[in-house]
Design a protein around this ligand. Structure first.
Ligand code: ARG
Ligand code: ZN
Length: 879
């Protein structure tokens, strides 16, 4: 065995501009599954104006020939190793021609050019272009692309690339070709090529300035009837970006292609987005309401990247949050304009707290702009994306909508066509507002979730309420000492009678506003509100105005008061969550000595919500009635006791289901009447509440309500209803579950995305038999490690969402995951490394489980030839 050499980290501090520019690249592809020939012609100009040594990136390429200005290079004029082609003394201006071959059929990493169900497609972000040809594969090298694609006409009638089609035709031997030109300079990570037998859905959009843009969605012919929702979403996104930001699309053609094998959701390649079919296809009989919303969101996200990402891109990969944080923020704004803003904010905050907060508290914690990485693919994280979006949101909160928009305008005007940094973004915001944002910049460099504590004091003699805030951030790996941050805290005061009170700070004139933003910049600060008759209940961190953990001294009565009266919908929901979380955490601490029960006040509050007099938005009611997520609760325990957690959640659900039988059943029936089977926001909301009620009812009294779930499964034609019913039936493990699971598979075995749901549902059933069940499912003929969606459905769900099954005390779940990570690592390192992140939580469990998880990490680290991806996650997890 060869000694293990550890890959070296790459550091932000080592950034140097590239030695040369490429004015233009012309790429010629002769497509073949086993030997695709790529000819690249680069118009080179060195920055120094003198000859330079040029180290081009390349991986898994077979080099055929190199010419400089038409002169073939001899063997001693260049060097090739596993990652580079180094050319010595390249003239200051010249034309380099490089011919390489690649094997798309053997490409299981799904980076570079690969085949998915016979369709050629590419994925170049972050560093996939170097698997296509030798190049300076870094985002600050922006080039104009001309592409020629040649392929077999029968198997590849459709040939696509970025920009505009400019020619093509038939060739001998049943081959044909197409020519594409992209007028916009772009970094290599935005290059795309697609070739195959694809069906097309066409439409168009007329921009605000009157230009007509052709819209084309491509998918397998069997799936093209599931593309209408994506097309609608695209048109809405294009309109929204014009209305909200004044940003128009800039080419005459916008294309999206869906492929079944894809490492993540989708990719914003200029003019040719490539999507995982799971983020593109939607039809009510095969997709849930959640899928519809996800498709809409991802279509919007990738479209919005055309400005925040493509027109203005990142200087280097450390700046990834510059485009991702901003684009996630934009897609959040879009979704909240399309549907219920409160429900959208709640969903986003839940995701942030359950996943990003956990990441920020573990061994993989990193700032939204990391300082170093071993493998950049490991940094497409909840922190870079979702916390990154929160940081942009805080700027929006601090500046207000109008100045924020001015800042965005200035940012795009200043930097259009270039590759920039996070400082450039914040500078634009500082320049339009005149604000000092230097302390705010710490959000980009400091990891960890800040904790904000607030206590209050009411002085009845002066009618004033003082809120005293302190902030601190716990240490994270490599960052022991933390500095205070600039934190916007949106607040309101709710009077004893439920009225929103005007907020007047001591020393200020009354303005009559009932909500305002306090700014924390120091470790300790206090604010005194005056003009109050009696002690109000403060409503703090409204709308979750900063990604922090808030610790307040609100009592149970205060929370019940806020749940009833707070004009901020987010904080009404938050009050219910806090009440439930408090009760659950207490019950877990007492378990198993005492039988856990939710308290009567909470049940009563739920009952009032269900009766529907207070809240109009049914999805909001459903969210508010739902218990907090497992991961959110786990973060509040010093040691995660999976068995106690499971028992407590189950008992809480059973009790709520039993005690609220009448209002739950009434809500179920009235929601079923509102539900018209459409995907309008109101119908989706009704289904959300209907299915939340069904789940409580069936868990509360399985024998009594199983038939209701069975009849919903059988009678509904909507996947949302079917899957909700099936999930609950499988979970209670009653008479119907097993046979309906079989029925479900039988109906949908030819729809890959539905088969994924079938795998995920079974992987997520929380019981002690799960490791064996998952093991058996891996033997199912429909299971394959080659498809990332399937791997995520079965192994991802099992390891992330099945607490008692995955963490079973004999370690069977851990062994199973590690076995598969090891098997996958040599095929698709990106997916393997992602699965591996669950083990990073090992310190949170009891010593016995810690030991078992740790030894699986050590076992993985000892694998000879382990990928950089998995090496980085495993070694940091142990570190
Ligand atoms: N830029 C894509 C998006 O957010 C995701 C690319 C993910 N790339 C990766 N190597 N993980 O829309
Ligand atoms: Zn993105």
């Amino acid at each position: 065995m060869s000694p293990t050499t550890h890959p070296e980290p790459i550091r932000l501090a080592d950034y140097r501009p590239p030695v040369c520019e490429f004015e233009e690249i012309s790429l010629d592809f002769v497509l073949d599954p086993d030997v695709t020939t790529v000819t690249s012609r680069l118009k080179v100009k060195t920055r120094s104006g003198a000859p330079e040594t040029l180290a081009l990136d390349g991986r898994e390429l077979t080099l055929k020939s190199i010419k400089i200005d038409d002169r073939p290079l001899g063997r001693d004029e260049f060097q090739v190793d596993r990652e580079h082609l180094t050319l010595i003394d390249v003239p200051s201006t010249c034309l380099i021609e490089i011919v390489t071959t690649i094997a798309p059929r053997l490409n299981s990493a799904l980076m570079g050019l690969y085949l998915s169900n016979g369709i050629y497609c590419t994925q170049c972000e972050a560093e996939g272009f170097r698997r296509i040809t030798y190049f300076l594969d870094r985002p600050d090298v922006m080039t104009r692309y001309k592409v020629r694609i040649e392929a077999d006409l029968a198997s590849c009638p459709v040939l696509l690339s970025n920009g505009n089609p400019v020619g093509g035709g038939k060739l001998a031997n049943g081959r044909h070709f197409a020519l594409w030109e992209d007028p916009f300079r772009k970094p290599a990570y935005l290059f795309a090529l697609v070739a195959g037998d694809l069906a097309c859905l066409e439409d168009h959009h007329v921009t605000r300035s009157g230009r007509r843009v052709a819209l084309k969605l491509y998918a397998d012919s069997a799936a093209i009837d599931q593309c209408a929702h994506a097309m609608d979403s695209l048109k809405r996104s294009m309109r929204w970006d014009e209305d909200a930001y004044g940003l128009e699309y800039d080419l005459d053609l916008f294309q999206i292609v869906g492929v079944g094998d894809f490492n993540f959701g989708a990719m914003e390649n200029k003019g040719l987005n490539i999507f995982n079919t799971s983020a593109l296809l939607a039809r009510t009989d095969t997709s849930t309401d959640g899928d519809f919303q996800q498709v809409e969101r991802i279509v919007a996200h990738e479209y919005f990247h055309n400005w925040s990402g493509d027109r203005v891109t990142c200087r280097d990969w450390f700046q990834l949050t510059l485009k991702e944080g901003l684009t996630v923020f934009r897609d959040q704004q879009f979704s909240s304009d399309m549907h219920s803003a409160a429900v959208k904010r709640i969903a986003d905050v839940m995701l942030l707290r359950e996943t990003q907060f956990a990441e920020d508290a573990g061994p993989l914690a990193h700032p939204i702009r990391p300082e170093s990485y071993v493998e950049i693919n490991n940094f497409y994280t909840r922190t870079v994306y979702e916390k990154g979006a929160e940081v942009v949101r805080m700027l929006h909160t601090l500046l207000g909508a109008e100045l924020f928009r001015k800042g965005i305008d200035l940012y795009f005007a200043r930097h259009d066509g270039s590759a920039v940094t996070c400082e450039d973004f914040v500078q634009a915001m500082a320049d339009v507002s005149g604000r000092d944002l230097r302390r705010f910049m710490r959000w980009y460099s400091q990891a960890g979730t800040p904790e904000v504590r607030v206590t209050r004091e009411f002085d009845s003699s002066t009618g004033s309420l003082t809120l005293e805030f302190t902030q601190s951030t716990p240490p994270t790996p490599g960052q022991q000492a933390k500095l205070p941050l600039h934190i916007p805290i949106r607040v309101g005061l709710v009077g004893r009678d439920g009225q929103a009170l005007p907020l007047q700070l001591a020393g200020e004139n009354a303005k009559g506003e009932t909500a305002r933003v306090l700014e924390l910049t120091e470790e300790r600060q206090s604010f005194t509100f005056v003009g109050l008759d009696a002690a109000p209940v403060p409503s703090i961190l409204r709308g979750f105005s900063a990604p922090v953990r808030l610790r307040s001294d609100l009592t149970k009565d205060d929370l019940l008061h806020l749940l009833k009266h707070d004009e901020d919908a987010f904080n009404r929901w938050e009050a219910a969550q806090s009440l439930a979380a408090e009760a659950i955490v207490q019950a877990i601490r007492m378990s198993p000595q005492r039988q856990p029960v939710p308290d009567a006040d909470l049940i009563q509050a739920y009952s009032r919500l269900l009766e529907g007099s207070i809240e109009q938005d049914h999805a909001f009611v459903a969210r508010t009635l739902s218990l907090p997520g497992r991961s959110f609760i786990a973060q509040q325990l010093s040691v995660i006791d999976v068995d106690a957690m499971h028992r407590v959640f189950k008992t809480f659900q059973e009790t709520i289901g039993r005690e609220l039988e009448a209002p739950l059943l009434a809500a179920y029936r009235s929601m079923a009447r509102i539900d018209d089977g459409s995907t309008r926001t109101a119908a989706m909301a009704a289904r959300t509440l209907k299915n939340a009620a069904l789940a409580y009812l069936v868990i509360g009294q399985p024998a009594k309500f199983e038939p209701l779930a069975v009849s919903q499964y059988r009678q509904s034609s909507m996947m949302t209803d079917r899957l909700s019913a099936l999930r609950i039936l499988a979970e209670i493990d009653g008479a119907a579950g097993a046979s309906l699971l079989e029925d479900f598979y039988g109906r949908w075995q030819n729809e890959p995305l539905v088969v994924n749901k079938w795998f995920a549902l079974q992987a997520g059933i929380e019981d002690y038999k799960s490791p064996e069940r998952v093991e058996a499912l891996m033997q199912h003929p429909a299971f394959t490690l080659a498809n990332p969606n399937r791997v995520r459905a079965l192994l991802g769900t099992f390891s992330m969402a099945n607490l008692i099954g995955f963490h079973r005390e004999d370690g069977a779940g851990y062994r199973l995951l590690a076995d598969k990570v090891i098997e996958l690592d040599s095929k698709n390192a990106q997916v393997a490394a992602r699965l591996l992140t669950t083990f990073g939580r090992w310190r949170r469990f009891d010593l016995h489980r810690q030991q078992m998880m740790k030894s699986q990490l050590e076992r993985i680290l000892a694998v000879p030839g382990l990928s950089r991806d998995s090496y980085e996650i495993a070694s940091k997890s142990l570190g």
